[in-house]
Ligand binder design. Structure first.
Ligand SMILES: [Zn+2]
Length: 289
């Protein structure tokens, strides 16, 4: 398996073809989607243009931008308009930004949702890893934003950290034919992955953790047991860079690296991974019909 990943590493979206006596490098029609990247953060201030060019060269054509809170909106929307047709903004309040003033923050989210179209409500959810002080408020904010998503027929992008049980309780309670979305950076076990699939409208976000030697074991078990139809690729840039960049800044350019690991686990080509996961995300983010 290691050899397979190694050969698929950097140039996997090109193939060599002998035409006459010359070898041509032909770009395959492989389109990847990064369903989760915070490219508007300051870690990208210096070289966003360069990174966007490199990402395109590697076939990463669409990038979905999850919001954090009122402090990130302006930068996110500026990036979206600079890369119109490649970057798509979501709107939502991140659970780590749910504090005393969460009602004011939610009002800002709602004003924006009423003002212009967004591709999703995200990222939203519950985070019990960093701080449990506002657990009750996090649950309330999550439920309110789910209800807006259902009313507006928008998908949700869920952040669950040490909170899968609490998240599932709310999602199951709110679940109906209008609720759909992504469990971003899925960290649950096989049984929880099956529950996600059974919800009906949800996909599982697979990122750099898949490549981690020890902590990636659970995610590898999950992808082996879940059909590709339920998986999407993501980086969560600038966080969670895949091996061999672990600990460094993550970027959308690394999506093919995650895809090559997924291809090795699924025993299929990286082109198939690209085609199916991109189709999954396109179906989710395109307007509800
Ligand atoms: Zn995120």
């Amino acid at each position: 398996m290691t050899a397979k990943i190694a050969t698929l590493h950097e140039n996997q979206i090109f193939k060599s073809k002998l035409i006459g006596k010359r070898v041509f490098r032909i770009k395959l029609k492989t389109m990847f989607v990064d369903t989760h990247a915070h490219l508007y953060l300051e870690q990208f201030d210096k070289d966003i243009q360069e990174m966007m060019v490199q990402a395109q060269e590697k076939g990463v054509e669409k990038i979905y931008l999850p919001n954090i809170d009122s402090g990130s909106i302006e930068r996110m929307l500026a990036l979206e308009s600079k890369y119109e047709g490649r970057c798509f903004a979501m709107m939502g309040l991140h659970p780590c930004s749910v504090k005393e003033d969460y009602e004011r923050e939610l009002n800002i989210v709602k004003e924006w949702l009423d003002k212009r179209p967004f591709c999703a409500i995200g990222e939203i959810g519950i985070d019990l890893y960093w701080d449990k002080t506002f657990f009750e408020e996090q649950k309330k904010a999550f439920r309110i934003q789910i209800q807006w998503a259902k009313e507006m027929k928008l998908p949700i992008v869920i952040h669950a950290r040490e909170s899968m049980d609490e998240i599932m309780e709310i999602v199951k309670d709110e679940n109906d034919e209008n609720l759909r979305g992504i469990f971003h950076c899925f960290s649950g076990h096989i049984e929880q992955a099956r529950e996600v699939v059974e919800l009906g409208g949800f996909l599982i976000g697979i990122g750099g953790v898949l490549t981690f030697k020890n902590s990636g074991k659970m995610m590898r078990e999950v992808v082996e047991s879940v059909d590709l139809e339920y998986l999407v690729l993501e980086t969560d840039s600038p966080y969670l860079a895949p091996t061999p960049y672990r600990g460094k800044r993550n970027e959308s350019t690394y999506i093919p690296l995650i895809a090559s690991h997924l291809a090795a686990l699924k025993g299929c080509s990286i082109e198939k991974i690209a085609a199916v996961t991109s189709n999954n995300s396109e179906k989710l983010f395109s307007p509800f019909v």
